[in-house]
Design a protein around this ligand. Structure first.
Ligand code: NAG
Ligand code: NAG
Length: 167
């Protein structure tokens, strides 16, 4: 005769197994979700462009950032950190990366937006390489999940160029 305790134990084991299976399926389905975020950034204005007294070029620009990052959000997403960086090559460095703007997107409802903003962080070169410089703007994102591991990716937009002259 099986005791009540034995049956309770069997039931518990069964529930825990189902729960584990559901968790595995859920995180699997989360991985199956292939996000397709989109972004477009226009340089609306070059506010000013100068050589600093110390000799480094600095530019201030206004961007129109429009993005739809809703597909990055799943049931398992806590928040998404995004940043926009200018990336360009100089004789000294094959990759210069300057962060211009960032944000934390707390929920899917806020993941589709456009905004007019000047660079939040200074766009300063380590030298005076910026006149006429071609550069890329990249949108990087870090998806912070409720459980499981963080993942990051980016979209690269090329074809931007700074003016030939200081202004
Ligand atoms: C910014 O870009 C979005 C999408 O391209 C557009 O709808 C919006 O009107 C633009 N805003 C400004 C101020 O240019
Ligand atoms: C800019 O983007 C183009 C096209 O994706 C790529 O070939 C190039 O290496 C990028 N430049 C930098 C400095 O990352």
């Amino acid at each position: 005769m099986h005791s009540f305790g034995y049956r309770l134990n069997a039931l518990l084991t069964f529930s825990v197994t189902i729960l584990a299976l559901m968790c595995a399926m859920a995180s699997f389905s989360d991985n199956l979700n292939t996000p397709s975020p989109s972004v477009e950034i226009q340089i609306v204005n070059i506010n000013w462009f100068q050589k600093q007294p110390r000799g480094n070029d600095e530019v201030s620009l206004t961007m129109n950032i429009s993005a739809d990052l809703q597909s990055l959000f799943t049931w398992n997403t806590k928040q998404v950190f995004v940043f926009v960086a200018a990336e360009y090559e100089t004789p000294k460095n094959s990759l210069n990366q300057v962060s211009l703007w960032d944000a934390i997107i707390p929920a899917k409802e806020h993941a589709k937006f456009w905004m007019h903003t000047s660079n939040k962080y200074r766009f300063v070169d380590q030298g005076n390489n910026l006149r006429g410089k071609e550069f890329n703007l990249t949108l990087h994102w870090h998806v912070m999940p409720k459980t499981g591991k963080m993942f990051a990716d980016k979209i690269v937009m090329s074809g931007y160029q700074l003016p030939e002259e200081y202004r």
